[in-house]
Design a protein around this ligand. Structure first.
Ligand SMILES: *Cc1c(COP(=O)(O)O)cnc(C)c1O
Length: 436
């Protein structure tokens, strides 16, 4: 055991007794990079600090929500103000209206929102709604896209599952996935084939920019072609923007590609670090949801006042900062840093990025779908990951996760990042020598 991770190790061993694998989400386990997970003590701005007091520049950002950095003053103030008024009311409060308006203004295809408590909940509710609206049962999802852990969507579902090599999940009955069809990302023909064969398709769900097999962008007119194909058949397009929302603009990734979704799913950023998810659509669709319509969907803590306050203050600050040009510039800079370090050390790396999402794949193949993502050298990634930890960079412990940029990153952070990545690529090169 390394001295500098002593407290994390101790907590990990204690955690194993009453927690499953000492984590509450499998992506937090360091299974795919080897070794044990770090325990975190606190975070501020662009940094996160582990139980032993080691400080890291944070490129995980709680898997996306902390887009303006940790513990932003304005957000903290809003949360404290809300805390003084009560924690949960079991009745509506004004902030729910406020956050709903911010979201509907940011997503032009939406008139109404329903808040839930996670991205998973947002997505499975959206699917129920799409089925009710169309009167059809089948859905299409893309291999490598993750849409939460509900039964019907745990098929070919990207990072967590890809990393753990679980084909779907035990405990999901065949019944539950028999209406889920799988298509290939960036392959419109793979969608057409399903449409030719099946008449009863309610919806296609997609991450407009995929982030759960690593970052994969839609190529050319893929999203536009998808939309027009579906429109001609009365099939709904569900944009799962739980990760991609608010990354490249104040709104959806799908707007960036000038495609109008029928239902939008949100999470992560809109809760500012608290458990908030949402689904939203035009009136015609949302009026199907109870109490206005026959689609039942409920939640004891949905629209929680503390979570709403965190979400509103995060989004207002994000809007004020408008960091999107900086995100692009910084992601471009990071891409260059990674690419140069890789080239210098003769390592094949492909970097994909979109707004504040970026990640390198240890492969020479163009990564455009799940298959090409999986050509990556995950062992090399593990070496890279651990040297970054040593150097003070916290990135997701999986080849198949996006890194996230916060608007709190400083010039100093970038200089440190460059040094760390150079050192880590050297380690990867040394590792490759030892196995050849
Ligand atoms: C994270 C994520 C989800 C699930 O959200 P949870 O809040 O973890 O339930 C769904 N879809 C996408 C695209 C995600 O990135």
């Amino acid at each position: 055991m390394e001295q500098r991770f002593k407290k994390s190790e101790k907590l990990y061993n204690e955690g194993l007794v009453h927690l499953v694998g000492a984590v509450n989400s499998p992506v937090r386990a360091f299974k795919s990079v080897g070794g044990n997970p770090l325990f975190i003590k606190k975070a501020k701005g662009s940094k996160i600090i582990d139980a032993d007091g080691n400080k890291y520049i944070d490129y995980v950002l709680s898997y996306g929500p902390m887009i303006i950095g940790h513990r932003h003053k304005k957000v903290q103030k809003a949360i404290l103000k809300a805390l003084k008024k009560g924690y949960s009311f079991g009745a509506s409060s004004a902030d729910e209206i406020k956050l709903a308006k911010i979201i509907c203004d940011a997503f032009p295809s939406t008139d109404k929102v329903r808040f839930v408590n996670s991205g998973t909940e947002a997505v499975f509710s959206a699917i129920r709604l799409a089925r009710a609206f169309t009167g059809k049962d089948k859905i299409i999802k893309f291999a490598g896209c993750y849409h939460g852990h509900s039964d019907a969507l745990l098929v070919a579902a990207g990072s967590g599952l890809a990393t753990l090599s679980i084909p779907g999940s035990k405990g999901v009955p065949e019944e539950a996935v028999k209406n889920t069809l799988i298509a290939e990302y960036n392959n419109i023909d793979s969608v057409k084939q399903h449409l030719d064969k099946h008449q009863d398709i309610a919806a296609v769900i997609i991450e407009p920019v995929a982030g759960n097999m690593g970052v994969v962008l839609p190529e050319g007119d893929f999203l536009k072609e998808l939309k027009s194909l579906l429109q001609s058949k009365g099939i709904l397009l569900i944009a799962d923007e739980v990760m991609s929302g608010f990354r490249s603009k104040f709104g959806g990734a799908i707007d960036f590609f000038e495609v109008e979704p029928d239902i939008v799913c949100l999470g992560k950023v809109i809760g500012g670090g608290f458990p908030v998810g949402a689904y939203a659509a035009r009136n015609e669709i949302m009026e199907m949801v109870a109490p206005l319509g026959p689609v039942y969907q409920a939640g004891t803590l949905s629209g929680n006042p503390i979570a709403m306050a965190a979400g509103i203050s995060t989004l207002l600050e994000l809007k004020r900062q408008n960091p999107y040009e900086d995100f692009n510039k910084n992601a471009e800079r990071l891409e260059r840093i990674i690419f140069n370090a890789a080239t210098e050390n003769n390592i094949d790396v492909v970097v994909n990025r979109f707004g504040s999402m970026i990640n390198p794949f240890f492969t020479k193949e163009n990564v455009i779908d799940f298959k090409s993502a999986q050509t990556s050298d995950t062992e090399a990634f593990g070496v890279f990951f651990w040297e970054l930890i040593q150097q003070g960079l916290f990135i997701p412990p999986s080849q198949y996760e996006s890194w996230f940029l916060s608007s709190a990153l400083s010039e100093e952070d970038f200089e440190k990042t460059e040094k760390a990545i150079n050192a880590a690529m050297k380690k990867v090169a040394e590792f490759k020598k030892t196995i050849n």
